[in-house]
Ligand binder design. Structure first.
Ligand code: FAD
Length: 553
């Protein structure tokens, strides 16, 4: 008897699961129920259509029900909403163009995704207030842009969709402000990296307000929680997503502690005939080991494939069940002509997870400085003390950002240490990298710290407390660099004059900083070998300023 497989949700996880099942089992009877008008569309491409980078709307429609049928013999029913799951009968009731229809199944896959949160603000239901999650959402925004030609926009939420849309609106000549309730945008990055992204947005003409939320929305303005007001012909809400759990809850499926649907390591829900994948489930953060919701396209696609494999393994000889290990939340976002990317835990998240954390940061050319076009790449490694196990990484710059983060995502998967990364043999030629890649350099710095060669201090940790009377800051930059701005009260001795001026350095704990961290390391080595207790501020003045260190002139 052909197995009846039913899938609710036909986009990232659902479409992948359907195609994988057909590749494994030519005889299965596979049906996909999708409540929207499109199956398998490119959610992640929506901002780029609105920006004008993607010219044709049709490029976002990756499959049609007809295409799915002819290629995979999968019966896709669009505009058909599953309204009830009856697990004991193994039946799903759906409502669509054919009226109410009941579908029986041998195995059911839930890939219903998530829904954008719409805060219950006064004025939130007006025609100029949007969310962006589906093609119809995108069409509504496009129509409004074309017909109403808004001059100003406010985006609530400084996550990656908010920032992609800020750029899109800016490209369309709209004066745009991003309003973020948290103290920083980009929750996936530590504050100095978020600050670099914010500075870039501002340099490109997008205003950013942090630590303040929307209080209400008027016809042409928004009122903020600090009492101020912004002009807003258009408002986009992009403040996060919630798992779509209505059906699962009503069916009595177990929910998890992180706000998603609970699944086991084979992506099976608490009902033995129901599997689930994508934004709606909670999984494990592979680094912290904690349950987490990681609503991203990569995990959704791979989970869809795995759920299909595991269903096939229950009845097809030769198909083995596979465990889903979890995810790191690797992500990347384009901010005008720069890129910000991260993988694993931030320093903040690692500390909150109770880990003993070290960090090392480099600001270094993305390729050899003598080859034309080198751009500064900021790279931070977060690692565990004393093992050196890599916990996460962040990068920001114009070139080579995602290449480093992807390499580091694989390093996380392989449970590598900074000692391993110090030895990693990366492909090198001057147009692409340096003989010591920025990853090697950041790993050397971590290794030096772990081995006591040069201790590192995280700039935000130092900034968070007043210096004691037994500590000083030492600035070893050039006279010109120092004159442009420095930390109040810092002793200034340029690196090349340090050996001749050691007598000026008081017998205290010395926190050294240079421009980007490297010369600080050289200074620490000189000081230590002359009996002075010193450490290096990771990432130097560049990171200190991004952390909020006040510049004195
Ligand atoms: P979805 O792809 O959302 O599919 C769920 C489907 O289930 C929906 O189409 C919904 O209509 C359907 N459904 C729900 N309930 C029912 C029901 N009762 N009956 C029938 N159908 C139902 N991720 C990245 O990793 N990188 C990016 O750059 C990125 N950019 C994004 C940009 C935008 C604008 C958006 C909206 C998302 C972006 N994402 C990105 C997130 C990514 O798209 C999601 O993580 C991914 O699509 C989740 O896949 P899913 O299968 O779980 O859910």
């Amino acid at each position: 008897m052909a197995k009846k497989i039913l899938i609710i949700g036909g986009v990232a996880g659902g479409a992948t699961a359907a195609a994988r099942l057909r590749r494994l089992d030519e005889t299965a009877d596979i049906t996909v129920l999708e409540r929207g008008p499109y199956v398998s569309f490119a959610n992640c491409g929506l901002p780029y259509f609105l920006s004008g980078d993607i010219k044709k709307r049709s490029q976002l429609l990756l499959q049609t029900p007809e295409g799915f049928w002819s290629r995979y013999r999968v019966d896709v029913k669009t505009q058909t909403e599953a309204v009830e799951i009856r697990p004991t009968e193994k039946v799903v009731k759906a409502r669509g163009p054919e009226g109410d229809v009941e579908y029986s199944y041998d195995a059911l896959i839930l890939t219903q995704g998530s829904n954008p949160i719409v805060p219950p603000l006064p004025g939130v239901n007006q025609e100029q207030v949007f969310k962006l999650w589906t093609i119809p959402d995108m069409d509504r925004i496009q129509k409004f842009l074309t017909e109403k030609a808004p001059a100003t926009a406010v985006i609530a939420g400084g996550g990656f969709i908010g920032l992609e849309m800020a750029e899109a609106f800016h490209h369309r000549g709209i004066k745009t402000t991003v309003v973020e309730l948290a103290p920083q945008i980009m929750a996936t990055m530590d504050k100095e990296f978020a600050a670099a992204v914010q500075k870039q947005l501002e340099a490109d003409g997008v205003a950013v307000k942090t630590g303040v939320g929307l209080a209400s929305i008027g016809p042409k303005t928004v009122q903020l929680s600090d009492g101020s007001e912004l002009a807003a012909d258009l408002v986009l809400l992009s403040v996060g997503v919630r798992s779509e759990l209505t059906l699962a809850k009503a069916a009595g499926l177990a929910l998890g502690a992180a706000g998603g649907l609970q699944v086991d390591e084979f992506l099976r829900t608490s009902d033995p005939n129901i599997w689930a994948a994508g934004d709606m489930i909670e999984t494990v953060n592979l680094i912290s080991g904690k349950k987490a919701r990681i609503p991203l396209a990569g995990p959704a696609n791979r989970q869809g494939r795995l759920a299909a494999t595991n269903i096939a393994s229950t009845y097809l000889p030769g198909v083995a069940a596979r465990r889903y290990r979890g995810a790191f939340g690797s992500s990347v976002v384009k901010i005008f002509d720069t890129t910000a990317a991260s993988t694993g835990l931030t320093e903040k998240a690692a500390r909150e997870a109770g880990l003993s954390v070290g960090t090392s940061t480099v600001h270094k050319g993305h390729h050899a400085g003598y080859y034309p076009g080198a751009e500064i790449l900021s790279l931070k490694l977060v690692w565990e003390k004393p093992s050196g196990r890599l916990l996460g990484a962040q990068a920001f710059g114009k070139q080579g950002v995602e290449k480093r983060i992807d390499a580091l995502a694989v390093a996380l998967l392989g449970k590598l240490t900074v000692q391993d990364l110090a030895e990693a043999d990366f492909a090198y030629a001057p147009p692409y990298s340096s003989a010591n890649d920025p990853i090697n350099m950041a790993a050397f710095s971590a290794q030096n710290a772990l081995e006591g060669v040069c201790a590192l201090t995280a700039p935000d940790q130092l900034l968070a407390r007043p210096l004691t009377k037994d500590e000083i800051l030492l600035d070893v930059r050039t006279l010109g660099e120092h004159a442009k701005g420095h930390a109040a009260g810092a002793l200034h001795i340029p690196l090349d004059e340090l050996r001749d001026n050691l007598a000026q350095v008081p017998a205290k704990k010395v926190h050294v900083y240079c421009k980007d961290g490297f010369q600080g390391y050289l200074a620490v080595r000189i000081l230590k070998q002359n009996g002075i207790d010193a450490d290096n501020i990771a990432g130097g003045w560049t990171s200190m300023v991004r952390c909020g260190w006040e510049e004195t002139k």
